[in-house]
Design a protein around this ligand. Sequence first.
Ligand code: UTP
Length: 278
Amino acid sequence: MIKKCMFPVAGYGTRFLPATKSMPKEMLPVVNKPLVQYGVEEALDADLTEICLVTGRGKRAINDFFDISFELEHQIAGTDKEPYLASIRDVIARGKFATTRQSEMKGLGHAILTGELLVGNEPFGVVLADDLCVCEEQGVMAQLVEIYRRTKCSVIAIEEVDEAEVSKFGVIAGVEEEPGLYAVTDMVEKPEAKDAPSNLAIIGRYVLTPYIFEILRHTPPGKNGEVQLTDALLTMAKTSKVLAYKFKGRRFDCGSVDGYVEATNYVYKNIYLQDKFS
Ligand code: UTP
């Protein structure tokens, strides 16, 4: 059974400067909730209740967010503002939270290896909170966990993107074993369109076996001088098996300003207003 979900949240978020100069990107609100809350809710809905945060300098607001604020609770208890706290109270009640810090930003692969301390020798989920995913029924993490339970393989979420967009993503090539489920044969981080093995892009949701830590320990820095998770996953695909699943739902790239604005408009119209008036 998978219980843990890792959130690498140490990145600088330079695309959102100056907003992210003294505030974590993951705390940017999409309507009334910070990005990281959407990700944690998705993990909890998949029964991954042990939340492992890999933070860094300037990210204390994330730790505080998942802790009880006694002053605020005291001020708001019994008032008509209390419902505004309901969703975060629920998250804090359902989850257990642990933190470690990535002392140097050496890439996503390095952040995940840093999180080994919290995860140990068991399979685990990974959520990149700047990818906000909206699904009709099951969340993406629950979809991946279901595939892991059947196959016991590492699984990554993918989606089809326009050819012009492939250079923003890790891209896979694979053999389709079931509708929408591929055995990965190749993987390239942010390829030029002409070098891309397909238009199947990796998004920020994974279920990984602990073998990934062993591989990451021996993965040299790749693109941009960072330890790339994609490089480690390719090694895993070649030495054991990695599956890629075309998840059911919609993803917004909230690491970019355009995607963030799109997500905000979508969530306001389709989730916030619906819940508010239901
Ligand atoms: P990104 O490259 O999208 O995030 O990394 P970033 O570096 O914060 O953003 P920009 O490009 O400067 O605007 C994807 C995820 O990996 C985490 C980030 O926090 C983000 O969730 N990450 C990245 C780390 O935790 N540590 C790193 O060293 C790099």
